[in-house]
Design a binder for this molecule. Structure first.
Ligand SMILES: [Fe+2]
Ligand SMILES: [Fe+2]
Length: 167
């Protein structure tokens, strides 16, 4: 992709807006995870959510510091996608009374969130690279890797839980 200087300014604005959306997204995820931990029956699943809550708190801090460095403040822009995913997750969990079904519902909802985060951080990392913000790109890449690992872990836990739900 070839960008001219006017495009670079536009991309910089787009980058900052989407960093602010990522901050709102992470704050909403850290608010939603305690309920998911509480609703999980499988101990491995509860631990995975608990560990990812700690990582997500780190993501909030990381994105906040990227924003402070670039703009001087850490304001947010509403991430409508995560609001939708969290609402949908709450509805689905309410509908699932059987513990195994609830666990696979929690995993499905968790993976939808992780996939959204993977798309968000993949894009932000690429934009930071184009803008020559190598430190930002490195931090975003490390967040991206944690989201990918969380998604993978949920996939492997789901193998065991799915078997129980089918039994
Ligand atoms: Fe995250
Ligand atoms: Fe995540």
């Amino acid at each position: 992709m070839k960008l001219f200087s006017a495009n670079i300014e536009d991309l910089r604005t787009l980058y900052i807006t989407n960093l602010k959306k990522a901050l709102d997204m992470e704050q909403k995820i850290t608010d939603a995870l305690p309920n998911m931990i509480e609703k999980a029956t499988d101990p491995q699943l509860a631990t995975a959510f608990r560990d990812h809550l700690r990582q997500s708190e780190g993501h909030v801090a990381n994105v906040e510091s990227l924003l402070r460095k670039t703009t001087g403040d850490a304001g947010t822009v509403t991430c409508k996608a995560i609001s939708g995913l969290v609402t949908e997750a709450e509805d689905s969990i309410k509908d699932a009374s059987d513990p195994s079904i609830r666990d696979i519902t929690l995993i499905a909802c968790g993976q939808q969130v992780e996939h959204h985060e993977i798309a968000v951080y993949g894009t932000l990392r690429t934009w930071a690279t184009i803008l020559g913000l190598t430190d930002d790109a490195r931090i975003l890449e490390s967040i991206l890797n944690e989201e990918k690992a969380a998604d993978k872990l949920l996939s492997s836990i789901s193998d065991g839980v799915n078997m129980q739900a089918a039994a």
